[in-house]
Design a binder for this molecule. Structure first.
Ligand SMILES: NC(=O)c1ccc[n+]([C@@H]2O[C@H](COP(=O)([O-])OP(=O)(O)OC[C@H]3O[C@@H](n4cnc5c(N)ncnc54)[C@H](OP(=O)(O)O)[C@@H]3O)[C@@H](O)[C@H]2O)c1
Length: 429
């Protein structure tokens, strides 16, 4: 059978990883497909490669319009040039493989509609959890089920920071600085530690799982900057740990979507996810629980996802059966409309830093009682100074709206050194 040819645009971490795998695995891929997957063109503005017989350019348009190229791999990232590349490829009748979570989370539904209209194939496995084939799971593996909830750890950098803080009792700032020096965290870490990267990924996963048009702005987001080593000590006393949890949950009122630090029971499977690893737990109505674990990023794991997408699309091209159903926005499933996270009920962990004086607990308890929130426990670890005393109150399962109102009122009290930190306590997934 005739070869299928690929054009790769962007030779960064992922592009170079995909290229190396295509080269090292070329014969095995040909055996699996029954034809060769050939790299016909590459575009990079700075990287030199030793590939012979491959067209090279610094202008992506020359890859998109190259007569031999059947599939364009967009591995540039961002939402501007990448969008032009994908639009250009679709206009030229080329299929597209992308690793771009940011673009697909923001504009994926529209891009899919254009791809379907042009009868080309589009694949985006690498866009969420690099090395975990979670798109294939949701679109194929468990597509016969009805997803009820997803909970995941979708950002390796913040998981690395949290689990190193936990392991070494170190501060957020110290571990972040170390992670930056080691190249694990960006110079501007906001996308990772403030939850925005994870939010793009959850938008994609929730869209795939629930068939809704979900965008990042539908998702409540809170980062990990306020977590301290002491929070881990308190969480451990409660037999919990702290993770940046990405949650999508179907309720009778609609979909609850959040990315936020939360207490997770130490016995829960998500608690055992440490370092830069990612994990996704999916609850189905019929098939119950399934769990997926692996590297969320990295040149080779993400390269595998890109190359596997290239195989899938190449097969579709040779079978003449473009994948014509968008994973986004099946209108009939409107019951999965995103709703405010304040509607959820959870037990909460409230951590305070106070200037100690008599009557503090009574005042805080009074505010909780006025909002009909049941106090569960008060924890206080030894402290060196009465001028900056940390302690924790846990409350019974309550509406998040009521907890937020209580916290807002508490934050007006003059003995607080900083606003109270409120973290939901998640059930054992
Ligand atoms: N890194 C991961 O582990 C990972 C995991 C999952 C998904 N992703 C996604 O994969 C994509 C690529 O990520 P990455 O980590 O490989 O990024 P990267 O290392 O920054 O690579 C991007 C490459 O694109 C090139 N580029 C930028 N503009 C270009 C243009 N106009 N024409 C040609 N080349 C251009 C850049 O090189 P020049 O500026 O020198 O041209 C750079 O080498 C992103 O969407 C990212 O979100 C990455």
């Amino acid at each position: 059978m005739k070869d299928v040819s690929v054009g790769i645009i962007g030779l960064g971490n992922v592009g170079l990883g995909a290229l190396a795998i295509l080269d090292a695995n070329a014969d095995q891929i040909a055996l699996k497909l029954g034809f060769r997957l050939k790299v016909a063109a590459i575009c990079s503005r700075s990287v030199e490669t030793g590939l012979n017989g491959v067209f090279r350019t610094r202008d992506w348009r020359e890859v998109v319009n190259h007569p031999e190229v059947d599939i364009v791999a967009e591995l540039v990232g961002g939402a501007t040039t990448a969008r032009e590349i994908i639009d250009g490829a679709i206009a030229a009748g080329k299929s597209v493989v992308t690793a771009n979570k940011e673009l697909m989370a923001l504009q994926g539904a529209e891009i899919w509609d254009r791809a379907i209209a042009a009868r080309i194939n589009l694949a985006m496995e690498a866009s969420v959890c690099g090395g975990i084939p979670i798109h294939a799971v949701l679109r194929e593996g468990i597509s016969g089920d009805r997803v009820v909830a997803i909970a995941g750890i979708l950002n390796g950098t913040s998981n690395y920071i949290l689990t190193e803080m936990e392991r070494r009792g170190a501060s957020f700032d110290a571990i972040l600085a170390e992670a930056q020096a080691l190249g694990y965290a960006e110079a501007d870490p906001a996308a990772d530690v403030d939850g925005y990267d994870a939010r793009s990924k959850l938008a994609l996963l929730a869209a795939l799982a629930f068939g809704e048009r979900i965008t990042p702005s539908d998702i409540y987001v809170e980062g990990i900057r306020r977590i301290t080593a002491a929070d881990f000590d308190y969480a451990h006393q409660l037999h919990h740990t702290i993770r940046l949890v990405c949650m999508a949950q179907q309720t009778p009122g609609g979909l609850l979507l959040s990315v936020r630090p939360a207490l997770v029971p130490q016995a829960a499977i998500l608690a055992s996810v440490v370092g830069a690893y990612n994990a996704v737990w999916v609850k189905g109505e019929f098939g119950a629980d399934t769990f997926y674990y692996g590297r969320g990023a990295g040149s080779k794991p993400t390269g595998v996802a890109v190359v596997s997408d290239l195989l899938r699309v190449a097969r579709e091209i040779r079978n003449g059966s473009p994948e014509r159903v968008s994973p986004f926005a099946h209108e009939r499933l409107g019951e999965y409309k995103p709703v405010s996270i304040t509607l959820q009920h959870r037990p909460f962990y409230l951590r305070f830093r106070v200037r100690d004086r008599p009557g503090i607990i009574a005042e805080l308890a009074g505010i909780l009682a006025s909002k009909h929130i049941g106090l569960e426990a008060v924890l206080q670890l030894p402290s060196e100074t009465k001028d900056d005393l940390p302690f924790v109150i846990t409350v019974e399962s309550s509406s998040e709206q009521a907890v937020r109102e209580a916290v807002e009122q508490m934050n007006q009290l003059d003995f607080l050194r900083e606003p109270a930190l409120a973290l939901p306590i998640e059930p054992r997934f």
